[in-house]
Design a protein around this ligand. Structure first.
Ligand code: AMP
Length: 215
């Protein structure tokens, strides 16, 4: 069982790259953002709580997200998983290692850091479109779907996420710098991190990630 973590600013392309890894290696894609959006669409108590934080560009509490991840880790059946958007705080990172040791008797294999600047993030998120069913991301200019407004993978409708509007994007980047940036240093120190330029062509980023995963 391989355990990978994708880390990077909002809009760095974690979700897009996670889907490439899943296609090639057959790992399971575990996105806390997707899981939270699912709770919101089901109008669960957890979803209502999470929505307030997400709409404000803040993080959902460690308690909620760690609890959700603990349940999820107990259900993984494939030969590996790609964690996309978790951990986002040092507390989550420390807890993740503990949960993995308890559940699988091992720690993370590799952390891929997709490195992008604030300018790139703003540019990308201004044009981001998301599949309403599978969560795949597209861009109005840089990564267009084959048919306008429709997901290439499952034919569902694409929409603009509520937290992809300009003011919330800035807030999400600030939240990222404050809470998630220290997690990058934490994994670097543990010698688990590969730093990948996230501003080159999407297919080239995928190639770099694949070569980094040949361990
Ligand atoms: P994402 O789809 O990964 O960009 O996540 C969307 C939003 O969900 C984030 O801006 C946070 O508000 C929330 N979220 C996702 N993952 C986490 C996490 N690991 N910890 C706290 N909040 C999270």
């Amino acid at each position: 069982m391989k355990i990978l973590v994708l880390i990077g600013a909002p809009g760095s392309g974690k979700g897009t790259q996670a889907k490439q890894i899943v296609d090639k290696y057959g790992y399971e894609h575990v996105s806390t953002g997707d899981m939270l959006r699912e709770e919101i669409s089901q109008k669960s108590l957890l979803g209502l709580e999470a929505k307030k934080a997400i709409d404000a560009g803040q993080l959902v509490s460690d308690e909620i997200v760690i609890g959700m991840m603990k349940t999820k880790l107990q259900t993984i059946k494939s030969n590996g998983c790609v964690l996309d958007g978790f951990p986002r705080t040092l507390a989550q990172a420390e807890k993740l290692s503990k949960m993995l040791i308890e559940e699988y008797n091992k720690d993370i294999d590799k952390v891929i850091y997709i490195n992008v600047s604030l300018n790139a993030v703003i540019d990308r998120m201004a044009g981001r479109l998301t599949c309403s069913v599978c969560g795949a991301s597209y861009h109005k200019i840089y990564n267009m779907p084959l048919v306008e407004g429709v997901c290439d993978l499952d034919g569902s409708k694409l929409y603009v996420r509520e937290d992809d509007v300009a003011e919330v994007v800035h807030k999400r980047f600030d939240t990222y710098m404050l809470n998630t940036f220290p997690v990058i240093a934490y994994y670097k120190h543990k010698n688990l991190l590969d730093d990948i330029d996230g501003e080159i062509e999407i297919a080239k980023i995928t190639e770099k990630i694949f070569s980094s995963l040949e361990f």
